[in-house]
Ligand binder design. Structure first.
Ligand code: BES
Ligand code: ZN
Length: 650
C-alpha cells in the first residue's frame, strides 16, 4: 500500500508525532578528535555528474534564527548563572567566543527571547569594554534579534542578563508539584528554539558550540546538565560543568531538584526523585546492552558517560536526547520494560542528531528518521525480530494516518518545504516514521552487509558537523549507490525524499502476533463472546494493536464488556490507558471519566494529553474537558499550555 495524501484532505491539523497518544562525573575526559575525514570523493576525472548538490545561500540557511552565523560564528559559551526559585529568574553572565568568517563583519547578531539585558561588553586585546547593542521587537515564535556592535579586534562578548519567569524553555515547579513535596524543581527543554529563552546565543542547529557552566542553586538541590560534571559532586548548591564536544544550542540542558542517582553500570546511570529511582534503574537496566548493540553497528559512543534523568510528569515529551544525559518522562516506567524503545531512541540520537545534526529544521528527518531507524535496529538486536516488526507495524499505521490528515501535502515530504511555518511542523510521523521506512527501504535494496557499514561511515564522516538532506544524499551517492548502481533509481530516491506521501516501495511490516490478535478481534466483533478473547499471553504491543484497530463503530456496551473482563480503565501502562481512553471517548463510554480525570491531571506528556483533549472537544465533552484543563493547566509545561489553549480555541 502506498501512503499518499487523500485528495482534498483535510481541515485537521497534522498531529505532531510527539503530540499525538552520581556517578555523573569523575571519569577522565576522553580525548576526542574532530579531524574531518576529508578524503575527497569527487576525484578529478570521475565524469559522472552529481545527482544532488549542496544547497547554498538562502536555501541552505536556517530561517528560524536571526543570527548572522555565516559571517560570525560563536564557538564557545561560558555561563555563570544563579538559579533563583523565589523569583523564577536565572541571572548572571554569558561570555561568547566567536570566529569571524567575514573579516569586515562588525556586528554580532544573536537570538534572545524574553531576556533582560543589563550589560554588554566586548573583549579587545584582553580588556572588557562596554559596547552598544540593540534588541529588536519580540516575535511570537522567534523572539528578538539581538545585535551587538563589535569594536575592531574583538573576539568575545560578555552579556550580563536575566531570564523571564515566563521563559518558554524553562519549567519551574513548586514543591507541591514534585513527589518529594519539600523542594522546588526546574528543568529546561530547548529543542527546537527555546535555548534563546535562557541564554543569548546563535540559536540554530547550524552552529556548534562547546560550553562551560558554573551554576549556583539553593544548597539542598542538585544541578545536572548535558555536560561533564566537575569532580566535586557534593550537594552544596555550587556546580560546574564542561561540554568539550561541539553541540548545537538545542542540546544545552539543565535540571535542578532534590534528585538521587543510581548506577546501572560503570558508564550508565539514572537520576530522579527518590520515590522512583530504584524502579527507573530496574526499568532501564538494559541501557548498557543497547549501547553495546549500537556501538557494534555504528561505531563508538563518543560522549563519555550516558545517564538518564526521569523528570516530573509534566515533562511534555517521551524523551529528549540531551547529550550525556537524556531527559525522560516517568510514563515510561511501566514495570515490564515495554516502553523502553524511547530509551533506545534517545540513546540512538548520540549518533543520529547529536553527533551528526540536521543543519536546519527542514532536515529534521535526518535527526528523527535516522534515530527511529537506529532505535528499531536496537530493539531488534536486544529483543528479537518479532518485537521490532510489531513496533514498525504500529508506527506504519500511525504514519498512514498522519499523511491522511496532513493539512498540506508539502508537509508530507521528508525534506520539509522552504516555507515551513514553524520548526514544530517538521516533527511529525513523516520525519520519524517516514524517515525510518526510507532507511529500511535502502537497507532492503542494498542489503545489511553494505548498508550497515555505510551508515557507520556516514556518522564517522560527518561527526560533530551539521548537515543537510543534500549532504546526506551526495554522501549516499558516492559511498553506497556508486558501488551498486542498479539497487535503486534516482527517481525512486527523489520520490521518497522530495515528493508528498510515501511510495509503494514502503515496507508493509507483517507481524504474526498481530495477525492472531486481528483474527480474535474479528471473531469478537462478529458476535463472539468477550470470554473468547485469549489475551493472557499478550504483551503491551498486542494490546496497543488491539485497541488502536478497534473500529469507530465499536459501542459503549462492547467497551463495557471489555472493561469488565480486562479492567482496561485501571491500566497502569500509560500507552494502553491513552489508547483505551481515546476509544472510550469516541464511543461515549463514560465510566472512563474518573480515571481520565486523574490521568490528565497527573501526566503532562503531549503525546497523550493533546489527543485526549482534542478528542474531548470533538466528541461533545468540551465543557468537561475544559474544567479538567483549568485544574490541570498550572501543572503543565508552557509548551503544553500553549498547545492545549489552541485546542480550546484560546
Ligand atoms: N528530539 C525529540 C523530542 C523533541 C522533538 C522535542 C522536537 C522538541 C521538539 C526526541 O528524541 C523524541 O523524538 N522523543 C519521542 C520519542 C519517541 C519517538 C520514541 C517522544 O518524546 O515521544
Ligand atoms: Zn528523537
Amino acid at each position: 500500500m502506498s501512503v499518499r495524501m487523500a485528495a482534498g484532505t483535510s481541515v485537521l491539523a497534522l498531529t505532531a508525532a510527539l503530540g499525538a497518544c552520581s556517578g555523573g562525573d569523575g571519569e577522565p575526559e576522553e580525548e576526542i578528535s574532530y579531524v574531518e575525514d576529508d578524503a575527497s570523493d569527487n576525484t578529478p576525472g570521475t565524469e559522472k555528474e552529481a545527482s544532488w548538490t549542496a544547497l547554498s545561500g538562502e536555501a541552505a540557511r536556517d530561517k528560524f534564527t536571526y543570527a548572522n552565523y555565516e559571517e560570525i560564528t560563536v564557538t564557545h559559551v561560558d555561563l555563570d548563572l544563579n538559579v533563583d526559585f523565589e523569583t523564577k529568574i536565572i541571572s548572571g553572565a554569558a561570555v561568547l567566543d566567536f570566529e569571524r568568517r567575514n573579516s569586515e563583519a562588525d556586528t554580532l547578531v544573536l537570538d534572545a527571547n524574553d531576556l533582560t539585558i543589563n550589560t554588554v561588553e566586548a573583549n579587545v586585546g584582553g580588556e572588557w569594554v562596554e559596547t552598544d547593542y540593540e534588541m529588536g521587537p519580540d516575535d511570537e515564535a522567534m523572539g528578538s534579534k539581538f545585535e551587538i556592535e563589535l569594536p575592531g579586534g574583538a573576539d568575545s562578548v560578555r552579556i550580563g542578563y536575566a531570564t523571564s519567569p515566563e521563559a518558554e524553555g524553562v519549567q519551574w515547579l513548586s514543591p507541591e508539584q514534585t513527589k518529594g513535596g519539600e523542594f522546588p524543581y526546574l528543568f529546561t527543554q530547548f529543542q527546537p528554539l527555546y535555548a534563546r529563552t535562557m541564554v543569548p546565543l546563535q540559536d540554530t542547529p547550524a552552529v556548534r558550540i562547546t560550553y562551560d557552566a558554573h551554576i549556583t542553586t539553593p544548597p539542598e538541590l542538585i544541578a545536572v546538565m548535558s555536560a561533564r560534571q566537575d569532580e566535586d559532586g557534593t550537594r552544596d548548591g555550587d556546580y560546574s560543568f564542561k561540554m568539550s564536544q561541539p553541540i548545537p544550542s538545542y542540546l544545552l540542558a539543565l535540571a535542578v531538584g532534590d534528585i538521587e542517582f543510581r548506577a546501572i553500570s560503570d558508564k550508565v546511570g539514572v537520576y530522579s526523585e527518590a520515590y522512583i529511582v530504584d524502579d527507573a534503574a530496574a526499568e532501564f537496566e538494559d541501557t548498557p546492552k543497547m549501547m553495546d548493540a549500537i556501538e557494534a553497528l555504528y561505531g563508538p559512543y563518543r560522549w563519555g558517560r550516558y545517564d538518564l534523568i526521569v523528570l516530573p510528569p509534566s515533562f511534555p515529551f517521551g524523551g529528549m536526547e540531551n547529550p550525556r544525559l537524556s531527559f525522560m518522562t516517568p510514563t515510561l516506567i511501566a514495570g515490564d520494560k515495554s516502553l523502553t524503545n524511547v530509551v533506545a531512541h534517545e540513546l540512538a540520537h548520540s549518533w543520529s542528531g547529536n553527533l551528526v545534526t540536521n543543519a536546519t529544521w527542514r532536515d529534521a528527518w535526518l535527526n528523527e528518521g535516522f534515530t527511529s531507524y537506529v532505535e528499531n535496529r536496537t530493539m531488534e538486536a536486544l529483543y528479537g525480530v518479532d518485537r521490532a516488526v510489531m513496533e514498525r507495524a504500529l508506527d506504519k499505521k500511525s504514519l498512514v494516518n498522519d499523511v491522511d490528515i496532513a493539512p498540506d501535502p508539502a508537509l508530507t515530504t521528508l525534506k520539509m518545504p522552504a516555507d515551513l511555518a514553524h520548526p514544530d511542523d517538521a516533527f511529525t510521523d513523516v520525519s520519524y516514521v517516514g524517515g525510518m521506512f526510507f532507511l529500511k527501504f535502502l537497507e532492503t535494496r542494498f542489503g545489511r552487509d553494505a548498508f550497515d557499514p555505510f551508515l557507520k561511515s556516514y556518522f564517522e564522516h560527518y561527526a560533530f558537523q551539521s548537515v543537510t538532506t543534500e549532504d546526506f544524499l551526495s554522501y549516499f551517492e558516492d559511498n553506497l549507490w556508486e558501488n551498486d548502481p542498479d539497487a535503486v533509481t534516482k527517481a525512486e530516491i527523489d520520490a521518497w525524499v522530495y515528493e508528498p506521501g510515501f511510495p509503494d516501495s514502503i515496507e508493509d511490516p507483517q507481524s504474526d502476533a498481530f495477525e492472531k490478535v486481528q483474527a480474535q478481534l474479528d471473531a469478537w466483533l462478529g458476535g463472539g463472546d468477550v470470554d473468547g478473547l485469549e489475551t493472557s499471553a499478550w504483551t503491551t504491543h498486542e494490546w496497543l494493536y488491539f485497541l488502536r484497530v478497534l473500529p469507530n463503530s465499536v459501542t459503549a456496551e462492547q467497551l463495557a464488556a471489555l472493561d469488565q473482563r480486562f479492567s482496561l480503565s485501571e491500566s497502569e501502562n500509560a500507552e494502553i490507558a491513552c489508547a483505551w481512553y481515546l476509544k472510550a471517548l469516541a464511543a461515549g463510554y463514560e465510566p472512563v471519566f474518573e480515571p481520565l480525570d486523574i490521568f490528565l491531571t497527573s501526566v503532562g506528556r503531549g503525546k497523550f494529553i493533546y489527543p485526549l483533549y482534542q478528542s474531548l472537544v470533538d466528541n461533545g465533552y468540551r465543557d468537561w474537558g475544559y474544567a479538567v484543563y483549568q485544574a490541570a493547566r498550572p501543572g503543565y509545561h508552557p509548551i503544553a499550555q500553549r498547545r492545549i489553549d489552541g485546542i480550546f480555541g484560546e
